[in-house]
Design a protein around this ligand. Structure first.
Ligand code: PLP
Length: 382
């Protein structure tokens, strides 16, 4: 009766079990086996160990998923105290947490330091001063400015030390009684362009050389996240990136005695989850057919407003002669921007009560509610 053959295999298995039950929608189903597959693939191809991975809490903060990564032996990356408190509740020790947001709220630095977090990213002198004040004698790593060519979402406008300022800032960190320990970069979200990864590593290599000439030795290079996920088949894409960057990473490890660490988020979880929702109504207005669902872009899919697309899947078997019709797929809220897809072909028999799937739903969806761990402000009523 069901057909979700377009989804990853392990997720199909989880869905088969789940769809037979009369589930209350909307709900996200996540396949543990799919995470296991993604994590093993990533580690195998990038020649890393679980302890080299710092899972970014911003990507998915479902306790069961964080517990899975904890049990697997990975570490964690946070962007705020909100994310720290999630890890604290799960009893994740401070020595497995790094704070990679390069521009932090001072009180967040203080709280993280109090919890015992020792590693903080920076990309300006003022950030170093904040860290020196609120987390004295901590370890710091520089987020360097790199090209994000090929990324579906760039991060390099907002963050990054220009190449020629890194040595100066590392020296400044020592003056401030901090310990420079690493270089970090991020190629931007969903980046399939191998040259961007290679260019970033080469830039970092030049910086490691320059630092060495200045008597500064570091402990790690953090290659961040941004690995392909979301659309297309991520495995051959990752395999290609890994095979091209591995020789340069090996060189860095040998030449400078450093560890390579990474913060993959979307690659590990994006395709492990799917949203199951229900059709609330099918309505024709002004020659256009609308499908109303019980979940929409305001329930974690607001990235659609910046151009990111999700598949909406009709999960029932259809025959070869099923007639398709163009629909606008919308969510339940009272606004017109709440639209998943504007012109998508689905079987014309779609009706109220049918289930519908939205994919992928494993990265940045459930964590969008308190994004990066930042709460919505309270209202003070005078
Ligand atoms: C510092 C940092 N690390 C890791 C990630 C995860 O990136 P991705 O989901 O592209 O792997 C992000 C995403 O914004 C980030 O800002």
């Amino acid at each position: 009766m069901f057909d979700f053959s377009v989804l990853p295999q392990h997720l199909q298995k989880s869905l088969k079990v789940f769809m037979k039950k009369n589930v209350q929608t909307p709900i996200i189903i996540c396949s543990k086996d799919q995470i296991v597959t993604n994590l093993s693939f990533f580690l195998q191809h990038l020649k890393l160990k679980c302890s080299d991975i710092y899972f970014p809490v911003k990507v998915n903060h479902t306790p069961a998923i964080l517990n899975f990564f904890n049990d697997a032996g990975t570490n964690f990356e946070i962007a705020s105290v909100g994310e720290l408190s999630i890890l604290e509740k799960l009893k994740i020790p401070a020595d497995r947490i790094i704070f990679s947001n390069p521009v932090k709220i001072p009180d967040h630095i203080r709280c993280a330091y109090k919890y015992g977090v020792q590693n903080f990213a920076f990309d300006t002198e003022t950030e170093l001063q904040k860290i020196a004040q609120y987390a004295p004698q901590s370890s710091v790593y520089a987020r360097i400015s790199i090209s994000n060519a090929g990324a579906q979402w760039t991060l390099n406008q907002k963050f990054g030390v220009p190449e020629n300022n890194v040595v100066g800032l590392m020296k400044r960190s020592i003056e401030l009684n901090l310990k420079p320990v690493g270089i970090a970069f991020h190629v931007g979200w969903n980046n399939k362009n191998t040259d961007t990864y290679l260019e970033a590593i080469r830039k970092a290599t030049d910086i490691f050389h320059e630092l060495k000439q200045n008597g500064i030795s570091l402990e790690f290079m953090n290659i961040g996240g941004g690995f392909p996920a979301h659309d297309g088949d991520p495995y051959p894409l990752l395999q290609k990136i890994a095979s091209e960057i591995n020789p340069d990473l090996e060189f860095l490890k040998k030449q400078f005695g450093i560890r390579i660490i990474a913060e993959p988020g979307s690659f590990l979880t994006a395709d492990t989850s799917v949203l199951i929702c229900s059709v609330v109504d099918v309505i024709k207005r002004k020659n256009k057919s609308w499908i109303f669902l019980d979940s929409g872009i305001n329930q974690g899919f607001q990235w659609i407003l910046s151009g990111i697309m999700y598949k909406v899947i009709f999960p029932y078997k259809t025959s070869a002669d099923t007639t398709l019709k163009k629909f606008i797929i919308t969510g339940p809220t009272c606004d017109s921007h709440d639209v998943f897809l504007k012109n998508t072909a689905l079987p014309e028999q779609v009706k109220t009560g049918d289930k519908m799937l939205v994919f992928p739903a494993g990265a940045y969806i459930n964590s969008a509610e308190r994004y990066n761990g930042f709460e919505y402000p309270d209202t003070f009523f005078l």
